[in-house]
Design a protein around this ligand. Structure first.
Ligand code: C2E
Ligand code: MG
Ligand code: MG
Ligand code: MG
Length: 293
């Protein structure tokens, strides 16, 4: 009825919603300019070995400094870019920027760390995604083993057969794959053997459950670790915020951990300063010292 329509219309133009829709529209219009003007940047959140607490890689996370809105959260603008299709271009930028950083670290003689790159479901569905990725890595002279791609569990399970096919194609080219935000659907455990991914990243909700619901959260994590290891996959706990969680993860035999307790996402410079000099450089220097002068 007209009355109902009126009510709906009224609902639609709720002040808060209106402001939100306007902001969304402005952000969408500004995404292209952001690419052109270099308003995007990357931060790197280190991943640590649970057993040794040594850095074993990092996840690249995008940041947008908008000229008027200031810092815009990736959750907000990635969603907008996915709807408009601009995520493909932004995703290419992320891959190229990761490669630029990796090349720079290698040129400086730093031991390269494997960098994880988040892939949006839209990117994952682009035909010849691997071709695009390979072109960028070739152009930047970065070997595939130095990057890993993260796809979320939800995306992976949407069409398990197709995911298995794409994951296997990535693996055949030397790229590692991780399943991100794992744990939303326990049923997914049954599918794990089909993917042969390198890592399972357990969602941080699971990690925080360790505080609230010790026995059950431990049992679930323990099952994930046991099954993943049986299938030759590593387990990474996301969102580790306290030592009690680290203790549990150590006991459970979890492989890697990521979280504010260990390191926040860092600027490129800050992350670079954590990288070790390349062993080959050290060896060459030792050899040089042994030379008669
Ligand atoms: P994600 O891939 O699961 O990334 C982890 C998020 O958790 C990051 O948020 C990180 O800053 C945050 N985090 C890390 N440790 C902790 C912790 O101990 N406690 C808490 N509370 N949070 C922690 P961020 O950077 O805001 O990214 C949010 C999401 O946006 C990412 O979730 C990912 O889905 C997406 N995203 C970020 N960068 C990219 C990108 O380059 N491409 C795509 N497609 N998506 C991206
Ligand atoms: Mg991720
Ligand atoms: Mg995650
Ligand atoms: Mg997440």
């Amino acid at each position: 009825s007209a009355k109902q329509a009126g009510r709906n219309t009224y609902c639609f133009f709720e002040p808060g919603m209106h402001a939100n829709a306007a902001r969304t529209l402005m952000l969408q219009q500004d995404l292209q300019a952001a690419l052109d003007a270099g308003q995007f940047s990357l931060v790197f959140q280190p991943k640590f070995s649970v057993a040794t607490r040594a850095i074993c890689g990092a996840e690249a996370l995008i940041r947008w400094h908008h000229p008027t809105f200031g810092s815009v959260a990736p959750m907000e603008f990635i969603t907008i870019a996915e709807r408009s299709g601009q995520i493909v271009q932004i995703g290419d930028w992320v891959i190229r920027e990761v490669c630029r950083c990796v090349s720079d670290w290698r040129r400086r003689g730093l031991e390269p760390a494997q960098i994880s790159i988040n892939l949006s479901p839209i990117q994952f569905n682009v035909p010849d995604l691997i071709g695009r990725v390979e072109d960028i890595l070739d152009e930047m002279d970065v070997p595939p083993r130095l990057v890993m791609f993260e796809i979320t569990e939800t995306v992976a399970m949407l069409n398990a057969g197709r995911t298995a096919e794409i994951v296997n194609r990535f693996r055949a080219r030397g790229f590692d794959i991780a399943i991100d935000d794992f744990g939303a659907g326990y049923s997914s455990l049954a599918y794990l053997h089909r993917f042969k991914v390198k890592q399972i990243k357990v969602d941080r909700l699971f990690t925080s459950e360790l505080d609230r619901n010790e026995a059950e959260a431990r049992a679930l994590l323990s099952a994930i670790v046991t099954l993943s290891h049986a299938l030759h996959m590593e387990v990474v706990a996301e969102g580790v915020e306290n030592e009690a969680q680290m203790r549990f993860l150590t006991e459970l035999g979890c492989d890697e951990a990521q979280g504010f307790l260990l390191a926040h996402p860092l600027s490129e410079e800050a992350f670079r300063s954590l990288l070790q000099p390349m062993a080959s450089f050290a060896l060459r220097r030792i050899a040089a010292l042994g030379q008669p002068r």
